[in-house]
Design a binder for this molecule. Sequence first.
Ligand SMILES: NC(=O)c1ccc[n+]([C@@H]2O[C@H](COP(=O)([O-])OP(=O)(O)OC[C@H]3O[C@@H](n4cnc5c(N)ncnc54)[C@H](OP(=O)(O)O)[C@@H]3O)[C@@H](O)[C@H]2O)c1
Length: 316
Amino acid sequence: MKAAQFRRFGGPEVLEIVDLPDPHPGPGQVRIVVRAAGINATEWKLRKGLLNFGDGLPQTTGRDVAGVVDEVGEGVTDVVVGDRVFGVSDDGAGAAELALLTHRAPIPPSLGFVDAASLPVALETATRSLDQLGVGPGVILLINGTTGGIGGVAVQLAIARGARVIGAAGAANQDYLRLLGAEPVTYGEGMADRVRALAPDGVDAALDVAGSGVLPELIALAGGPQNVVTLADIDGAKQHEVRFSSGFQGHAFHALAKIGGLIEAGRFWLPVERTYPLDEISEAHRVSEHGHVRGRIVLVIPPLRSIWRTCSCWLD
Ligand SMILES: NC(=O)c1ccc[n+]([C@@H]2O[C@H](COP(=O)([O-])OP(=O)(O)OC[C@H]3O[C@@H](n4cnc5c(N)ncnc54)[C@H](OP(=O)(O)O)[C@@H]3O)[C@@H](O)[C@H]2O)c1
């Protein structure tokens, strides 16, 4: 199969498309023919060597995927060959023609592969961090970094839980944030004053998605470090005794199977800013790394495999 990988850490140019052996599912896994693979910020951080999940070199890339099941492993009962599923690629090898998934769910009927591939990591991460903050009805939640994938998902899931959300985004994204249902403020100097203008007594909880060095302000606004979670500021978390939320502490993959209700009710939506073919993955990483994607960017992988059966499930 064709797959993206890198042989050394570095800029987007280290990414290459190579031929790798077709993988086959073990117990509990399914194999999908990948139709679309989302790119979240973790991908370029791993490629640069800024994050390390214990994988050596060469290293594959891509966690968010959507496609069609074409093999099932022992003990799999939730899906069958031909089902449209989305999920997180085992071993981070989703930017490829085939991927193995342990954590997956059926794609909600009204979503195509591209939209579905934008969601899995963001759904899991946002759900986990909202749970850790105890976000529920009546909670006033501040989210720092709301324009990207995780931020956009966190805003909408928090609102669906009955929270009031104040979100920090760039000046160009204030209307976008209103569209998601949050009360927008711009980030940068004076952010805390702008939040206090909306919530004079401060907020109940704060989620730092951007990791932009604002933990002291979030702690002050939320009444202490125990009410703050960061997803991206490892050093700041240590320094300010804030919880760093990591998937290594436990996952919330159940969020994938639950999102269909909100989507079909028209209460959840994440924009896909742009799609790229797999062989333009370097450019897609470059755009992601620039740090101002609205929603997600997604790789599209054409249905060229000779193993495919004729089935309407291949259509988007
Ligand atoms: N801990 C975990 O379990 C976990 C899991 C997955 C990802 N992550 C991390 O979570 C972070 C977000 O990931 P993602 O994929 O959602 O990122 P993303 O989609 O690339 O987010 C980009 C967004 O960040 C916003 N942003 C940039 N600078 C900002 C600032 N100074 N203040 C506030 N917002 C700012 C931008 O908004 P504007 O365009 O409005 O400026 C942009 O749209 C990354 O650091 C990623 O590594 C953590």
